[in-house]
Design a protein around this ligand. Structure first.
Ligand SMILES: C[S@@+](CC[C@H](N)C(=O)[O-])C[C@H]1O[C@@H](n2cnc3c(N)ncnc32)[C@H](O)[C@@H]1O
Length: 277
């Protein structure tokens, strides 16, 4: 990517830099990292899985005035306390005046195949306020394949609405901040990309575990063109009562159901330990 593009991404991400930790996931050769550092961020920690990029990133670390450190690791399995510790031990934090971070910004341009499972894991951690998501103010600015970005941000009745929309919006406000055409990358990929920002809802809609909500939406969206009445009848005609209980119109199709209603349904299903097919 061109530095103009990575600068734009960082500026549109609106990172609040006071008492903040920026976590970059998958920095690769460090282009986006440079833009984050140029924006004035004082505590940047990157997690990179591929050891081949580490020497370049270490050079960046040396030139960063103690504002940047890189960890070799897989973001799916790394212990988040290691990331927070690296941020707190940063030289820019000399004197230890920052004991914990008020703002955590997660920024990443991951390979498209990895980005979605990673997002699901982060949403789970966020719902539990665990790891780097234990901080009061968190934002995630993440690059996705455009179609995936459309799904994450789609509201009820939007044609792109799906499982990822409901699961993301049960805990976050999700919106696109920047579209990057395929021509913005070298080598040029086959698809366009979009940067989505997710910020935790002040009052999450999620009432069950995120895992239960995931099961419920997977079940509902398996027959996305059918009415809910049909989907539930095929499962067990008695289960249609669940829709009435949640005041969900049974003539709706899954994509028309607001996130809040799916959350209510998941809550009842979890509370009563109802097994979905
Ligand atoms: C598309 S490249 C990113 C390029 C870079 N952000 C830039 O602006 O030039 C994706 C990077 O994510 C890294 N990556 C993939 N899976 C990862 C994971 N699970 N944890 C950490 N890094 C990962 C890859 O090694 C690769 O360097």
């Amino acid at each position: 990517m061109d530095k103009n593009i990575t600068d734009k991404i960082v500026s549109l991400a609106g990172l609040e830099l006071d008492n903040a930790l920026c976590v970059e996931v998958g920095p690769g050769p460090g282009l986006l990292t440079r833009s984050i550092l140029d924006s004035g961020a004082r505590n940047v920690v990157a997690v990179e899985k591929d050891a081949r990029f580490i020497p370049t990133l270490e050079q960046l670390q040396e030139a960063s005035d103690g504002r940047f450190s890189v960890l070799l690791g897989d973001m799916l399995t790394i212990d988040h306390s290691q990331i927070i510790r690296s941020g707190l031990e940063q030289k820019s934090n000399a004197g230890g005046n920052i004991k914990s971070f008020d703002n955590v910004h997660l920024v990443g341009n991951l390979p498209f195949g990895v980005a979605t499972p990673m997002l699901i894991q982060w949403l789970k951690l966020l719902s539990l306020k665990s790891g780097i998501f234990g901080t009061s103010n968190v934002s995630m600015s993440l690059m996705f394949q455009k179609e995936v970005g459309d799904r994450i941000t789609a509201g009820a009745s939007d044609s792109a609405r799906g499982r990822l929309s409901v699961v993301s919006q049960s805990v976050c406000d999700a919106f696109k901040i920047y579209n990057v055409p395929a021509s913005g990358f070298v080598p040029r990929p086959k698809v366009d990309a979009t940067v989505v920002q997710l910020r935790p809802l002040e009052k999450p809609l999620l009432k069950s575990s995120l895992g239960t909500l995931e099961h419920v939406v997977r079940f509902a969206f398996m027959k996305r063109r059918k009415m809910l009445a049909r989907i539930f009848k095929d499962w067990d005609p008695q289960r249609i009562a669940l829709l009435e209980e949640c005041e969900i119109d049974p003539t709706l199709r899954p994509q028309d159901v607001p996130t809040e209603k799916f959350c209510q349904l998941a809550y009842i299903i979890e509370q009563r330990d109802i097994k979905l097919p």
